[in-house]
Write a protein that binds this ligand. Structure first.
Ligand code: MN
Length: 204
């Protein structure tokens, strides 16, 4: 069974660091696919530890919906530096995407159809740090159709990438590489995740 989501990652680790504080998870769920990007606060080993603990918690709770998932992650990160994160859940049966952000991992959804209005939507992020201070959580749910493309990028990528008009025919890997190369600050770890919804037909 082919995944209903075609995805790829591009990342950059600050020279001199052995591991990134930016991490991601893509995981099948009973309803579809979960995609998450986390950025551990600060640099180096402590940032990487917090980010790894966050990914582990998300993986453990991937069958939950987004708000309890973030609450559980917050609890399991107590005592760490904390992370900022954005999470997306594709539901294949309903053809919806539920997304939520705490802190500044940018999220962008670009519609496959040129006539879609709006063609591009940005994730509303609420200020806070998972593990340290949670804001009032609010997830948004939107319909998706085949070809719609989700992009998550950490703050090692300049946020003006989101105003660029991408060539949506490009593969997720080409898009992720293009965004990292064009907008990466190179002064911080950076990670770009591109996840394209392929539609339920690809389940068979
Ligand atoms: Mn960062």
């Amino acid at each position: 069974m082919r995944s209903p989501v075609d995805w790829a990652v591009a990342d950059f680790i600050l020279p001199g660091q052995t591991e990134s504080g930016d991490r991601y998870l893509v995981k099948p769920t009973p309803d579809g696919v979960l995609a998450a990007v986390v950025d551990g606060l600060g640099h180096g080993a402590e940032a990487a530890e917090a980010a790894k603990a966050a990914v582990k918690s998300i993986e453990l709770h991937a069958q939950e919906s987004t708000i309890p998932l973030i609450r559980d992650c917050h609890r399991s990160l107590a005592g760490t530096r904390g992370v900022v994160m954005s999470v997306a859940m594709f539901n294949v049966r309903e053809e919806t995407l539920t997304w939520i952000g705490v802190g500044n991992v940018e999220g962008l959804l670009v519609r496959a159809h040129a006539t879609a209005s709006p063609r591009r939507e940005s994730l509303i992020m609420r200020g806070g740090v998972v593990g340290v201070h949670l804001p009032a959580l609010a997830a948004a749910i939107v319909p998706v159709t085949g070809g719609d493309t989700l992009i998550f990028a950490t703050d090692g990528v300049r946020s003006d990438f989101a105003v660029e008009h991408f060539v949506l025919g490009d593969s997720p890997q080409r898009l992720a590489d293009h965004i990292l190369t064009g907008w990466g600050t190179r002064t911080d770890d950076a990670l770009v995740l591109v996840a394209r919804y392929m539609g339920p037909a690809h389940e068979r």
